[in-house]
Write a protein that binds this ligand. Structure first.
Ligand code: NI
Length: 135
């Protein structure tokens, strides 16, 4: 077992309250245990960025197709990254909103470039991703 280190962290009160609510719902015994789990999740969510390795996953873009030029821009970027993007799924969420699920497979650095390019297209409502190493 590895050595345990104690540290102090500051939280906005509402954030900690919301965290405790989830901990209770999940039946996790202590806040420390939950924070350790959250940190592991954070590392697995972001560690692919610091390695030059093969990854695969999905980029999720929530946007309004009423936003001028946005949809065309998002499509243009996918075509620019044709080596990385084998396909995408378009879900119509409401009269105005769409969710684009862009499948990606390639080098981590290339995925980072894709994310930057998608952000530059315009004002999307949410842009998130689930990327995992494939080695
Ligand atoms: Ni749509």
């Amino acid at each position: 077992m590895s050595k345990i280190v104690r540290t102090g962290v500051s939280f906005p009160e509402e954030l900690l309250r919301a965290f405790d609510k989830v901990i209770e719902e999940l039946g996790i015994e202590s806040r420390s245990q939950a924070i350790q789990e959250a940190i592991r999740h954070f590392i697995s969510l972001h560690s692919w960025r610091i390695a030059e390795e093969d990854v695969a996953g999905a980029v999720l873009v929530h946007y309004s197709h009423e936003e001028h030029g946005l949809e065309e821009g998002l499509t243009d970027v996918q075509h620019e990254f044709i080596d990385l993007v084998p396909s995408a799924l378009h879900l119509h969420l409401s009269k105005s909103d769409c969710l684009l699920i862009i499948a990606v497979r390639g080098k981590a650095s290339r995925v980072k470039d894709l994310l930057k390019s998608l952000r530059r297209v315009g004002r999307v409502k949410q842009l998130t991703h689930l990327i995992m190493p494939t080695y």
